[in-house]
Design a protein around this ligand. Structure first.
Ligand code: KG4
Ligand code: ZN
Length: 342
């Protein structure tokens, strides 16, 4: 069975093919031109997706040694994401599936990330505790099976990636700022500044807006003395901020591992590319004697391999969607179960 996956929810256009369970192609075209605007410009993103999607499909088919007529299932991200960007991949995929007379599977982008660990040779085992950290979402979940996801907590304000990007902007770094914060943090002292970690009513929820404001106040205080921050100041702010984020995330992971019996632990999403966070999660897994699955970097940021995998799974499980599905049809809010299910 040959499954095509298409991802176009934000600033990555990606096309992937899974043949008989094996990933044959995962091409990702990143729209780097947004960097100069300090964030993703939705209109420009949609137009760039339109330009690249067909050549990307052709290259992916070539790489997999297939013709479009060999495709048996077509899956695409149906939401959440930028509506114009989503519509490019979604309508392209639906049109292709319709013309080939094969099933179309709409995939929730977050579900794509949640199951991205299955793209690795060493796969998660159900039930697993899953920490989703991306530019738009921060969630702590227990994934009981392919079709049962229990939400323990989520962010009440900014997503982790968003916090990284906003703090990066304050420090004068280009978008997306996460990788640059990591780079500067590597040279700084994480204990130089004590940034606050929020406490919330639901012990599994997260909040990063207070931390963000605290970093801003710290920068403003320094700027009263000198307008341009020194590299050393940027390094220490990056390291201390990154430590506060990792502490906030890992506290909840430890809490959940103590409360719920799970077989493994998985860290997914764009921010899962962060080396210090990966190391912390690996160490927690070791101390709890749990198998840890963190996808390779090419499966952390937005990619179509995870969409093809999820599409393939939903198809194998007998889920039928038709060609009428619209963006936002499969939202996490509709598919996640509450904590009472545990
Ligand atoms: O999952 P993703 O590619 O897109 C969304 O679905 O949102 O996540 C993108 C986010 C951005 O906010 C980016 O700054 C962050 O992931 N990111 C990182 C790192 N690499 C990417 N954050 C921290 N450290 C990194 N190394
Ligand atoms: Zn994503």
């Amino acid at each position: 069975m040959n499954v095509l996956g298409i991802e176009s929810s934000c600033d990555e256009t990606s096309v992937a093919i899974i043949s008989n369970g094996k990933l044959k192609a995962n091409l990702i075209s990143s729209q780097d031109f947004h960097a100069k605007y300090g964030g993703v410009i939705p209109e420009l993103s949609s137009r760039a997706h339109l330009q690249i999607i067909l050549p990307l499909l052709k290259s992916a088919l070539e790489k997999a040694g297939l013709r479009k007529e060999d495709l048996n299932v077509v899956a695409a991200t149906a939401g959440p994401g930028l509506i114009g960007a989503l519509l490019v991949g979604l309508t392209f995929a639906k049109g292709l599936a319709y013309s080939l007379n094969v099933p179309f599977v709409p995939v929730n982008h977050i579900e794509g990330h949640i199951f991205s660990g299955f793209l690795m040779d060493d796969k998660p085992e159900f039930p697993y505790l899953c920490l989703v950290v991306s530019g738009g979402h921060t969630l702590l979940l227990v994934v009981k099976s392919d079709l049962e996801i229990v939400r323990l907590g989520s962010t009440v304000d900014d997503a982790v990636g968003e916090a990284f990007d906003k703090v990066a902007k304050m420090l004068g770094f280009e978008y997306p700022g996460g990788p640059l914060i990591q780079k500067y943090a590597g040279k700084g002292n994480p204990d130089e500044i004590k940034f606050p970690i929020a406490r919330l009513k639901n012990k599994y929820d997260f909040s990063f807006s207070g931390l963000k404001t605290s970093v801003l106040r710290y920068i403003q205080k320094l700027q009263k003395e000198h307008i341009n921050l020194t590299d050393n100041e940027k390094e220490n702010i990056s390291a201390s901020f990154q430590k506060a984020i990792i502490d906030a995330l890992t506290q909840k992971v430890i809490l959940a591992l103590n409360e719920f019996e799970v077989a493994s632990l998985s860290l997914v999403g764009g921010v899962a590319a962060n080396t210090a966070l990966r190391e912390s999660i690996v160490n927690i897994g070791k101390s709890f004697n749990k198998k840890v699955i963190i996808p390779d970097l090419s499966f952390c940021g937005d990619n179509a391999a995870m969409i093809a995998y999820r599409g393939m799974k939903l198809h194998q499980l007998g889920q039928v969607f038709g060609y009428g599905y619209n963006a936002y049809a499969r939202m996490p809010e509709n598919t996640f179960t509450s904590i009472n299910a545990l």
